[in-house]
Design a protein around this ligand. Structure first.
Ligand SMILES: O=C(O)CCC(=O)C(=O)O
Length: 246
């Protein structure tokens, strides 16, 4: 059993072999370099992640198949069974890196606060819904800071004020209940996007996040079908279930 339901996250050291990380590293770097060329302005303005590695034309078919097979690998299937009540779906991928300016502050948030849902609806949704990141660092990184249990529980007042910049608080203010998980190449951090969290910048970090969510209509609204395998690529993927839901 993992610790997801209780804490909202779990951390598995040396989950991947060096070969497994090396098997996707070149693809991630290729995507990142092409993305940076096209998004120089956004990068200059402080953006610290890209997304949708499996759509668009930065990667070729063979590279996408490698990524899809990585995303749906057997070792993940086992973990997903322990997290989701039913077979989840693949939502998206992201790459996280350091912002261009060293002075840029990080920010506490729940991903759900950016969906446009009312606060009351968010409070209800987190009690049952699951949006889960699998963070795969290509380099050692200072990690993520998380507030345990907040994937199911609502904020303390101070936490709410900080992540919403209310009452003179800044989104980067330290929070007492935060726990930092440092990550090395080869490790895996699984955490709920609904919990209160923030990235810790530095070390020229470079991490792949794979996002899975419940197979429910409310979540399917967020699926961009361009991120799913084309019919030709679909045939070449070993484990198809998490991509086969539309
Ligand atoms: O690593 C970060 O900068 C933040 C990560 C995050 O917010 C997320 O994965 O939802």
């Amino acid at each position: 059993m993992n610790n997801y339901e209780q804490s909202g996250y779990f951390y598995l050291e040396n989950f991947f072999s060096e070969n497994e990380v090396a098997g996707i590293e070149k693809i991630l770097i290729k995507f990142h370099e092409l993305w940076l060329t096209d998004h120089a302005e956004n990068y200059k303005n402080g953006i610290l992640n890209s997304h949708s590695l499996t759509s668009g034309n930065y990667l070729n078919e063979e590279e996408k198949i490698t990524l899809f097979n990585f995303i749906s690998q057997d070792k993940f299937q086992e973990l997903l069974k322990g997290i989701f009540p039913n077979t989840p779906i693949f939502l998206n991928t992201q790459l996280f890196f350091d912002p261009k300016s060293r002075d840029q502050k990080n920010y506490w948030h729940r991903d759900i606060q950016y969906t446009g849902m009312s606060v009351e609806d968010q409070k209800q949704a987190i009690k049952t819904q699951n949006v889960v990141h699998f963070r795969i660092p290509v380099k050692s990184e200072l990690g993520i800071e998380l507030i345990p249990k907040t994937h199911r529980e609502w904020d303390l007042q101070k936490e709410f004020d900080v992540r919403n910049s209310l009452k003179g608080c800044n989104q980067s203010d330290d929070l007492e209940r935060g726990e930092i998980v440092k990550l090395d190449r080869g490790d895996l951090l699984v955490f709920s996007a609904n919990m209160i969290h923030r990235g810790i910048y530095g070390n020229n970090r470079f991490s792949l996040d794979i996002i899975f969510c419940d197979n429910i209509p409310q979540m399917k609204n967020f699926v961009d079908r361009n991120n799913l395998p084309s019919s030709k690529v679909f045939e070449a993927i070993r484990n198809k279930k998490i991509f086969d839901f539309l």
